[in-house]
Design a protein around this ligand. Structure first.
Ligand code: GH3
Ligand code: MG
Ligand code: MG
Ligand code: MG
Length: 302
């Protein structure tokens, strides 16, 4: 996976000449922010959430070990790797640094090439973790969000809707008679149908906050933040009708056949407060989806 993002490093040292040396080594490959005291290091870390921190130990106010401890106590900064760069080269100091959660310990005076290499190694790990995290959030068949990201996102949007007292809507969608489609055209063609439906979602949804997800099998959900029931119903109807109109080419041994499908949708909307839990909100969406199935499929129920 390519990544053209430039990493941001927070470099903490109370001596200007040290900062200048580190800046010279690491810029312009990385974006550099600096701090010359413990307090400043903490506030800049929280403000900028850098990808890596180079931390001096002897500082005029809070010493580097305490800065490290505080970084590890805050959920926003806990996972930022910290390399200690210190004149303290006792075994005890080094042990303490690792014990407090530093990923590396470089003693001054340092070799420029070694600092550069170690920074690059730790940033590679940051990059790898991000790639893995990203892969864990995406459904491999359709390339949209999976159930894990749906769960995370709906909780976040639910809390936000409570805080701002704005509506949140949820669509639950399930392909009609998908088993028959699979049995008729084959599993790979069924997979193609799921991708076509996903494309309909992406083409229909036009607000950046809207999030379609594949919950499993042929079941999908769409989170519509800041959306009223009326607006959600109109989105649902647009999707239902676009799915109905979509033509899916099924490559079977003899020829390419033009096939079609349909989808049933349950819609709910609320301005959340204390009356209903998120879990029961989701259950309600499922109930409307089943109502849509039971009343004949290829329809929207709310
Ligand atoms: P209904 O209209 O009531 O929803 O009927 P249905 O046939 O769509 O529902 P059912 O739950 O009986 O069947 C779902 C089918 O979806 C069965 C399963 O083999 C198929 N399926 C689940 N995941 C996948 C997948 O990733 N790819 C393909 N091709 N088929 C899948
Ligand atoms: Mg110092
Ligand atoms: Mg189905
Ligand atoms: Mg189903």
């Amino acid at each position: 996976m390519e990544n053209h993002q430039q990493f941001t490093l927070l470099v903490v040292d109370d001596e200007k000449t040290n900062l200048m040396v580190l800046h010279k080594i690491l810029y312009p490959e990385y974006n550099i922010i600096t701090a010359t005291s413990g307090e400043e290091a903490l506030s800049r870390a929280i403000e900028h959430l850098p990808d890596l921190i180079l931390l001096d130990i002897i500082l005029p106010d809070i010493n580097g070990f305490d800065v490290l401890l505080q970084l590890k106590q805050l959920s926003e900064t806990r996972n930022i790797p910290v390399i200690i760069v210190s004149g303290l080269n006792s075994e005890g100091a080094e042990e303490k640094g690792f014990f407090f959660g530093a990923v590396d310990y470089i003693t001054k005076p340092f070799k420029n090439t070694i600092v550069k290499a170690r920074v690059r190694t730790h940033l590679q790990t940051v990059q790898n973790i991000r790639t893995i995290e990203k892969l864990g959030m995406i459904d491999t068949l359709t390339n949209i969000a999976n159930r894990r990201s749906f769960n995370e996102r709906i909780e976040m949007e639910w809390r936000r809707a409570i805080r701002k007292q704005v509506p949140i809507s949820l669509l639950m969608l399930d392909v009609d008679r998908f088993k028959i489609y699979n049995d008729t055209y084959g599993h790979p063609q069924g997979d193609m149908l799921l991708r076509t439906i996903t494309q309909v979602f992406t083409d229909t949804l036009n607000r950046p906050g809207d999030m379609p997800a594949r919950l499993g099998g042929e079941e999908f959900a769409i989170i519509l933040p800041d959306t009223t029931m009326d607006a959600a119903l109109s989105v649902a109807e647009k999707i239902r009708s676009a799915v109905e109109k979509a033509r899916i080419i099924a490559a079977v041994p003899e020829a390419d056949i033009e096939t079609s499908t349909s989808i049933s949708i349950g819609v709910i909307s609320t301005v959340p407060g204390n009356e209903e839990s998120l879990a029961s909100f989701i259950v309600r969406a499922d109930e409307y989806l089943y109502a849509a199935k039971n009343s004949g499929r290829n329809r929207v129920c709310s």
